[in-house]
Structure formats: structure tokens, C-alpha cells
Design a protein around this ligand. Structure first.
Ligand code: HEM
Ligand code: HEM
Length: 215
């Protein structure tokens, strides 16, 4: 087991980043939907700090998980560029193309969701109550790109991105994740190859390997 990928398996760091991002996705969804379903509604006109504490806590947790995903995704892309990508197991050209497109689309959402969440949001974030992050519209970058660059008001700018973040992106990413997980199970239980095993943490990889303990 090495830190780096080989041509046949993912290394420890790539595995860690894959499962950390997958868990953070789940955590970000749980936090935001807990807020929607189980906390008192917080009117838009209200300052976030005036909302019920659990509404503020769950939203801030959502933002903190989302921003952590953004950091991990940058690391993940850099690490992927510096490492060999394990060769796909034998399969048809269509299967390989489908896997490439699916992974590409997942990368797109892993980047687009945190960006649209942050830039379309009127408030900032308090990253795990440790670091205060200013709202995008209060930064010089916003002034340069949006006010002077695009010449639009915050409401116009944020509406489309907010729509993507809250509606289309929020659901499309689940469709992709369901297909992705189904494909992993298809490889493991139907094709009986090493596709799933080679991204599992070492102990699980040994347990589920199709090639015995020397997976
Ligand atoms: C991969 C990362 C992220 C994912 C998957 C994600 C997903 C979601 C989802 C599913 C919703 C609920 C949509 C709805 O039904 O209205 C939501 C709402 C929201 N997100 Fe994110 N988000 C991410 C990152 C972020 C980040 C980084 C921020 C800001 C720093 C952010 C800010 C918000 C805000 C303000 C809302 C509205 C909350 C509410 O109305 O209760 N998100 N996000
Ligand atoms: C239970 C959940 C999951 C399972 C079983 C799973 C399984 C896998 C497997 C088997 C691979 C290796 C594919 C190959 O070698 O061709 C993989 C790669 C990948 N997974 Fe997942 N995954 C899960 C969750 C997620 C989530 C939530 C995301 C993103 C939101 C994600 C994004 C990716 C990406 C982008 C790759 C390609 C890695 C690369 O080559 O850079 N996965 N996953």
C-alpha cells in the first residue's frame, strides 16, 4: 500500500480524498435538509444571527462542509495530475466512455456546488466557528468581476447561480451519485472485477478482494 497511485490501484491519499469528499457530501445534505425540515423557517429579511440557533448552526455546518469539499477537491485534482490514474478493468468502449463522462460530471459538481453556494449567498460563513469568511459580494473580487465586469446587481447575479445550487445542481448530483454507486456495485457483483476494491480503504479492500489477501 503506497501513498501514490499505481497503474492498477489508487494510493492511500487518493482513497482518503475520495471517501472524505463522499462523506462530506452526505454531511452537507444532511445539515441543509435538517434545517429545511426540522428547524423553524428563517425569513430572508432576517439577519442570520436573529434566526433560531439550530437554523444558524445547521446552515453554518452546511457551508463549512461545502467549503471543506472545495479545499479537498482542489487537492484531489492536483494529486490526480501528479499521479498515474489506475487503468480501467477490461470492459466495452461504451462502459469506459460512460465511466469517464460520469467521473467528469462528478468533478464538475464537486467544483460547481461549493462555488455557486458561496458566491450566490448573501451572507458569509464562519468556517467551523474558527475562521470568518466574508460574503462574496463584499469582496474586491466581486466588485471587479460582477459590478464592473458584468455590470449587474447582486440580485440578478445571484438568482441564476442560486437556482443552480438549490434546484438543478442539488438534484442532478444525486442522479449521478446513484448511477456511480450502481456502476461500482455492477463491477463488484456482476463483472466481479477489482474496480470497487482498488478504491476501498486497505482493510476493506483485503476483505472484498477477488484476488485474495494480495489484492
Ligand atoms: C459540494 C458542496 C455543496 C453541496 C452539495 C450543497 C448542496 C445544497 C443543497 C442540496 C441545498 C438545499 C437546496 C434546497 O432545497 O433549497 C443547499 C442550500 C444552500 N447552500 Fe449549499 N451546497 C454545497 C456547498 C455550499 C457552500 C460552500 C455554501 C456557502 C458557503 C452553500 C450555501 C448554501 C445556502 C446559503 C443554501 C440555502 C440554505 C437554506 O435555504 O436553508 N452551499 N446546498
Ligand atoms: C458509496 C458511495 C461511493 C462508491 C461505492 C464509489 C465508488 C467508486 C469507485 C469504485 C471508483 C473507482 C472507479 C474506477 O476506478 O474506474 C470511484 C471513483 C470516483 N468517485 Fe466514487 N464512489 C462513491 C461515492 C462518490 C461520491 C459521493 C462522489 C462525488 C460526489 C464520487 C466521485 C468519484 C470520482 C470523481 C471518481 C474518479 C476518481 C478519479 O479517477 O479521479 N464517488 N468511486
Amino acid at each position: 500500500m503506497t501513498l501514490r497511485n499505481t497503474t492498477v490501484s489508487y494510493g492511500t491519499l487518493a482513497k482518503f480524498l475520495h471517501w472524505a469528499v463522499a462523506s462530506l457530501f452526505l454531511a452537507a445534505y444532511c445539515a441543509v435538509y435538517y434545517r429545511h425540515w426540522f428547524t423553524a423557517p428563517c425569513p430572508r429579511s432576517m439577519e442570520l444571527s436573529d434566526c433560531a440557533p439550530e437554523s444558524f448552526i445547521t446552515l453554518n455546518l452546511h457551508k463549512s462542509f461545502g467549503l471543506t469539499i472545495a479545499v479537498f477537491v482542489v487537492l484531489r485534482i492536483i494529486w490526480r495530475l501528479l499521479n498515474p490514474v489506475p487503468k480501467p478493468e477490461p470492459g466495452s468502449r461504451l462502459e469506459h466512455l460512460g465511466a469517464k463522462l460520469g467521473h467528469g460530471a462528478l468533478y464538475f459538481f464537486m467544483i460547481a456546488m461549493p462555488i455557486t453556494g458561496y458566491v450566490s449567498n448573501g451572507g458569509g460563513a464562519n468556517f467551523f466557528w474558527l475562521i470568518k469568511i466574508p460574503a462574496f459580494w463584499t469582496t474586491g473580487l466581486y466588485d471587479l468581476l460582477v459590478t464592473r465586469g458584468m455590470g449587474v446587481e447582486f440580485e440578478t447575479f445571484s438568482a441564476a447561480l442560486e437556482y443552480f445550487h438549490h434546484t438543478s445542481g442539488a438534484w442532478l448530483v444525486w442522479v449521478l451519485i446513484v448511477i456511480h454507486v450502481a456502476a461500482a456495485l455492477y463491477h463488484h457483483y456482476w463483472k466481479k472485477d477489482q474496480t470497487l476494491v482498488r478504491i476501498l480503504p486497505e482493510r476493506l479492500a483485503k476483505r472484498f478482494s477477488r484476488r485474495g489477501p494480495d489484492y
